[in-house]
Design a protein around this ligand. Structure first.
Ligand code: ZN
Ligand code: ZN
Length: 411
């Protein structure tokens, strides 16, 4: 690996102005992990590595805003009895895979912690830069409570790894939020509705009282952070938005009132359709019954309809994949799904500028401009003309540059 202090120049490439949505011929000069200049005929420092960008397309490094880097298995419950050493060995491979698919930053929605982010930042672990929430806050019997109906032990503290922590009541939610913030959380995740992978809740249930959600929001905001909420149904989405939640994860069954609330509250929608696409494609091989398969199919089509409506309404949408276990390899397929309901440039913005705004780092991530982190992809084809270039990224990715260092593609 080259040192990030070594300058890098990409010469004569089509460079994407993400705001304008157009390419222009330019050189990109980076040093000390930052982009220094973008424009034609840039002067290169003597010791710079030079990449010939002739005929290539340069776009910002991608951001996936809903991942679980510890999810080596679709069975989250198994994490609570798996040794941390084994979980993190799997995580290292998952993170490396994400980077090789062009994702230079990810937002983790439960499981990742301070240690993983620190290891990545120090170069001990190759992978995307990590925004994490620690463990998601869940009510008893909620989406983060992994106990089976027959289990009567305390919900927390069993095993070293896991994705949720149970906290009931305003005071306990406050304490749990403060504890995750103490451990460096970039955002707080709450479970605001039922889910698929939790053993005892119904998917159409609402979870947490408004008072509890407001307590989490208050604590996050006090620390200049924000709350992200897992929510499927309109009922769950709307009460989370009314309580001050900043990003809705999934949001498949949103309604007109949700769209109004997203705009009024300037909140973000992170649809995670590719998970359902993957289940539809491969679920039968993994034992999905005909009945379950049909259900997945309808969730996928309602999700596509939801993002089409959100796009029309002008809701800020951010790229999220939410893949688990062996399905991580489909991470880029979400681009093809987004491309069905919005122009390619908007799908690209969802994984760059809009994602950077959600992460609280506009101008630093997701953009090729002086002063931004030097995270760029060099592609052999134009993704604005055809979003399939990003969906089938392995065929088109020449270089992955992260913090000014070539970390993937043709090393
Ligand atoms: Zn979720
Ligand atoms: Zn998730």
């Amino acid at each position: 690996m080259t040192s990030s202090t070594e300058p890098l120049v990409i010469r004569n490439a089509h460079v994407l102005d993400i705001h304008a949505g157009t390419f222009s011929l330019a050189d990109v000069v980076t040093s000390d992990g930052k982009i220094r200049s973008v424009g034609p005929g840039a002067e290169a420092p003597d010791n710079a590595r030079v990449i010939d960008g002739t005929g290539k397309y340069v776009i910002p490094g991608l951001i996936d805003a809903h991942v679980h880097v510890v999810a080596s298995s679709a069975d989250f419950r198994s994490l609570t009895w798996t040794p941390a050493s084994y979980v993190y060995a799997q995580t290292a491979r998952i993170m490396q895979g994400m980077l090789s698919r062009g994702f230079t930053t990810v937002r983790d929605l439960s499981g990742a912690d301070f240690g993983l982010a620190k290891a990545q930042a120090e170069g001990l672990l190759e992978g995307p830069k990590l925004h994490f929430c620690g463990r998601a806050l869940s009510q008893t019997g909620g989406h983060g409570d992994m106990r089976l109906p027959g289990e009567d032990h305390e919900p927390n503290g069993r095993g070293c790894c896991g994705i949720g922590r149970v906290a009931d009541g305003v005071d306990a939610v406050r304490a749990a939020a403060r504890d995750e913030l103490r451990k460096g959380a970039h955002h707080i995740k709450i479970m605001a509705s039922g889910g698929v992978s939790s053993p005892t809740d119904r998917i159409d249930s609402t979870q947490y009282s408004r008072e509890e959600m407001r307590a989490a929001v208050e604590e996050a905001e006090a620390a200049n952070r924000y709350v992200a909420a897992h929510a499927y149904t309109a009922r769950a989405i709307n009460r989370a938005l009314e309580s001050g939640v900043r990003s809705i994860e999934h949001g498949n069954l949103l309604d007109d009132e949700s769209l109004r609330l997203f705009l009024e509250k300037d909140a973000f929608l992170v649809p995670t359709l590719v998970t359902y696409w993957a289940l539809k494609e491969e679920g039968k091989e993994f034992g999905l019954t005909e009945e379950m398969w049909a259900k997945v199919d309808s969730v996928l089509s309602s999700g596509l309809e939801a993002i089409a409506r959100a796009h029309e309404a002008g809701v800020k949408m951010v790229y999220g994949s939410d893949l688990l276990g062996g399905m991580h390899r489909h991470q880029n397929e979400q681009f093809r799904l987004l491309g069905k309901v919005q122009p390619a440039i908007d799908a690209i913005r969802s994984a760059t500028t809009t994602a950077a705004e959600l992460l609280g780092r506009p101008g630093e991530l997701g953009v090729i401009a002086p002063g931004a982190d030097a995270d760029v992809l060099v592609l052999s084809a134009d993704p604005v003309e055809d979003i399939a270039v990003l969906a089938d990224i392995a065929d088109h990715l020449e270089y992955v540059v992260q913090d000014g260092t070539v970390v993937g593609g043709k090393l």
